[in-house]
Design a protein around this ligand. Structure first.
Ligand code: SAH
Length: 488
């Protein structure tokens, strides 16, 4: 399976794992049933009324809030124990009593009558689960954990609440009101999408979020006029994005934003499937790191693809493992794009050395131990040109980006230039990815340790005193043979 297929497959697998379908119910004017008269029932009733549902509350006694609603004529109240007849004409029900058998009865009768029932705090008995809600109406986010952990859902809600501007709902409403106008002015879908993207990241959105609706209106008119009269094909652009070492949480916010607005994504072998998950769903994903036979897509071909797509007016993300400017050929790519007059934005990424150091809890520099750090690539013929004497010197950290097969040669070169056999080294395999491993040893022992561990790519070698600090964390699956460290 190619990496692209794998990535797509991964997406499908996720979708299949979704047991519940999130939907927004239109309950306006429809009859709903709340069984229970306590504080929880009152909260649920409030929600249903907010959605303009009619609410029948069945409970012998009512919480003062519910009593007020009854007095105001906003709910229908049956002051009796729950009975099946209360389901008559009902389309959706919530069981919110503190008696499990009553809640269960509501669920059972609801099921028999094909009516969706939410049982408060009992996902197993519910045929409908109420999500945690972030309300920026008309923008509404519903967060659910399939009843597994309402607490987790509430925590996620709190995080999202903090992230979203207070007036986001106003922005959604503003966009909704302008939608028809924009559609008429820009009939082509791709131009319209571009217009909205620019609008949401630009001045108009800023004004709406600042509460200056009138200024935003004027701006919108102006921008729409420009967009509609600009007949030159929209110019494409390229985003040269560092994808980090693998864990998608290590993407920068800007990388995420740009991946969400890219039309085409050209990605490397080192870009993890989890990172590809964060790409806009309808973007075209192109694997340019794939080895077909023994041939990779050549660098020229990658250049040609970038230029070709950008020339069609598309937004092209060139997504690379780690940082684009650390052993990533990013320099060549921007030179070419400049020559072709294609605008390019570079977004840095967490380079593998930094990901590995953090993952192994190993400081790359440390007072007294190592005042400097060098990043070296030891792949291909380049290794012969390195200043091995300088790399073998003490009191420094050297990080080798390497093919695993190069390890014996690196050790040999360093030893030949006088590096002692007990110099600490650590290998971090698949840093920040699932199954990450840290192997710690010395120049003397590392070849054997690596062999025994059956090291696979990608992996980094860290050489220097700091490597002795490679972490002994219980979370890391670690092959650490301190007894194997030769102190001679
Ligand atoms: N631009 C990339 C490096 C590309 S060179 C960056 O900044 O990280 C490829 C080498 O990077 C691999 O051979 C390996 O040595 C290293 N590498 C990349 N991802 C890695 C990872 N998750 N764990 C360990 N090493 C990694």
């Amino acid at each position: 399976m190619s990496q692209l297929q794998e990535a797509r497959h991964h997406r499908c697998a996720k979708v299949q794992a979704m047991d519940l379908l999130p939907v927004f119910l239109n309950l306006r004017g429809r009859l709903t049933l709340v069984v229970g008269g306590g504080a929880v029932a009152a909260r649920k009733t409030d929600l249903l009324l907010k959605a303009h549902a009619r609410v029948r509350v069945v409970a012998p006694r009512l919480h003062p809030k519910l009593a007020r609603l009854r007095e105001a004529g906003q709910i229908e109240h049956q002051a009796v124990e729950f009975a099946p007849i209360h389901f008559d004409d009902v389309q959706f029900a919530i069981a919110a009593t503190d008696q499990p058998e009553v809640n269960q009865a509501v669920a059972t009768i609801g099921a028999a009558r094909n009516i969706f029932v939410n049982v408060v705090d009992d996902g197993g008995a519910s045929s409908a689960i109420m999500p945690a809600i972030v309300d920026r109406s008309p923008l509404i986010l519903a967060i659910g954990t399939a009843g597994q952990s309402p607490t987790l859902a509430r925590r996620v809600r709190a995080q999202i609440e903090a992230m979203l501007p207070e007036r986001l709902g106003d922005l959604a409403a503003f966009a909704g009101a302008a939608r028809e106008r924009v559609r008429r002015a820009l009939p082509q879908l791709d131009r319209r999408r571009r217009f909205w993207d620019q609008l949401f990241s630009g001045r108009v959105a800023g004004e709406v979020l600042a509460g200056k609706t009138r200024e935003a209106e004027a701006q919108l008119d102006e921008q729409l006029r420009i967009a509609a009269t600009d007949h030159v094909a929209a110019r494409g652009e390229v985003y040269l994005i560092g994808a980090g070492p693998g864990d998608p949480d290590l993407l920068t916010l800007r990388a995420l934003q740009l991946l969400q607005q890219s039309d085409v994504v050209l990605y490397d072998r080192l870009v993890s499937a989890a990172v590809l998950e964060r790409v806009r769903r309808d973007a075209q994903l192109i694997d340019v790191g794939k080895q077909s036979g023994s041939h990779r897509v050549t660098q020229q071909r990658i250049h040609a693809l970038m230029v070709e797509y950008a020339a069609r007016g598309l937004r092209v993300a060139r997504l690379k493992g780690g940082d684009p400017f650390i052993f990533g050929r990013g320099g060549e790519e921007i030179d070419l794009l400049r020559r072709s007059n294609i605008p390019v934005t570079v977004v840095p990424g967490v380079t593998a050395a930094l990901g590995a150091a953090a993952a192994a809890c190993l400081p790359l520099t440390q007072r007294g131990l190592s005042p400097s750090v060098t990043f070296v690539t030891a792949t291909g013929e380049g290794a012969a040109d390195l200043d091995w004497r300088a790399l073998a010197a003490p009191l420094q950290t050297v990080v080798f980006y390497m093919g695993v097969a190069q390890l014996p040669r690196i050790v040999e070169h360093l030893r030949a230039q006088g590096a002692p056999g007990d110099r600490p080294v650590a290998i971090v395999e698949r840093a920040t990815l699932p199954g990450q491993r840290v192997i710690a040893g010395s120049l003397n022992t590392i070849n054997e340790l690596a062999q025994r561990a059956r090291l696979i790519a990608p992996a980094l070698l860290i050489v220097g005193e700091v490597a002795s600090r490679a972490v002994h964390s219980a979370q890391l699956l670690q092959t650490h043979l301190s007894s194997g460290v030769d102190k001679t």
